[in-house]
Design a protein around this ligand. Structure first.
Ligand code: HPA
Length: 278
């Protein structure tokens, strides 16, 4: 697999998708660990396995189905990624952004990203929903930026602004929908680490001190690529566990999937409410 993405590779994936669906999605949705069920409500749905799209990174992780679902949800044509690939699976960081480039070429203007995350903010509990207002990209700061390599000028500039990654209007609309449906939420900062190991207590105390509210292993590379190409982004973390700041508890992937069951109905209600207004 090549380290950097080319426009030809993106076009080949777009062609493969066009051959399998006649629908034109306007909104992209990435469903994270344990949150994939929303895709089952899409009708009429075209299903495309990631393995049938050239260049598309395939996830090997339990709880990630690995296919696109394209169709109508609440009157909006959506393209849902039911599962995503992660950097820790071994992909070059640029490849994690590949699906976003393809979405852009398909005409998608808005992206809703979701993830499962550990709570660093002591006021957050498993089952809570956090609207992401900003992120800390320790990976990108350390050199693993998905935009590293030749800039694809047709998508965006060499040095893209990242001062408002998460669209303020979409956040306002989300707050209005959540309040109308009596679903409580937090607003906070997400930090993305490379994984796959969970954090040590010292890692977590450090992350808290630099302003993170929730920690996970995804989303930020995708958001950087989306913002580069002018896609409006809305992000949610489903809080799956209390991060282990004092070393008194253990974090497991099973716990993450289990909490997804409590979070999924809330996120589904919010996302349906938003799509109905788009
Ligand atoms: N840490 C990192 N990633 C995660 C966590 C966590 O505690 N929970 C879910 N994804």
């Amino acid at each position: 697999m090549s380290e950097f993405i080319t426009v030809e590779q993106i076009n080949a994936a777009v062609d493969a998708i066009h051959k399998r669906t006649k629908q034109s999605p306007q909104v992209g949705l990435i469903l994270g660990s344990g949150l994939g069920d929303l895709a089952e409500s899409v009708k009429p749905a075209d299903f495309i396995d990631y393995k049938d799209i050239p260049g598309w990174p395939v996830s090997t992780i339990q709880g990630h189905k690995g296919r696109l679902v394209i169709g109508d949800l609440e009157g909006t044509t959506v393209l849902i990624m039911q599962g995503r690939a992660h950097y820790y699976e071994g992909y070059p960081i640029s490849q994690i952004g590949f699906p976003i480039r393809v979405m852009k070429k398909l005409g998608i203007e808005k992206l809703i990203v979701t993830n499962a995350a550990g709570a660093i903010n002591p006021e957050y509990n498993p089952g809570d929903v956090m609207i992401i207002t900003d992120h800390l990209s320790l990976m990108a700061m350390g050199g693993e930026n998905p935009l590293r390599g030749p800039n694809l000028d047709e998508f965006g500039p060499r040095f893209p602004d990242m001062s408002r990654c998460y669209d303020e209007k979409l956040i306002e609309q989300t707050e209005a929908v959540s309040n109308a449906k009596s679903i409580s939420f937090h607003k906070g900062v997400y930090v993305c680490l490379a994984g796959p190991s969970f954090e040590t207590p010292a890692d977590l105390r450090f992350l808290r001190s630099i302003g993170a509210d929730a920690v996970g292993m995804s989303t930020v590379p995708e958001v950087i690529v989306a913002v580069h190409s002018g896609i409006q982004v809305l992000g949610f973390s489903g809080i799956s566990n209390k991060a282990n700041l004092d070393g008194s508890t253990v974090t497991t992937h099973e716990e993450v999937l289990q909490a997804g069951k409590a979070i999924a109905p809330k996120l589904e209600t919010i996302i349906r409410g938003l799509l109905a207004k788009m």
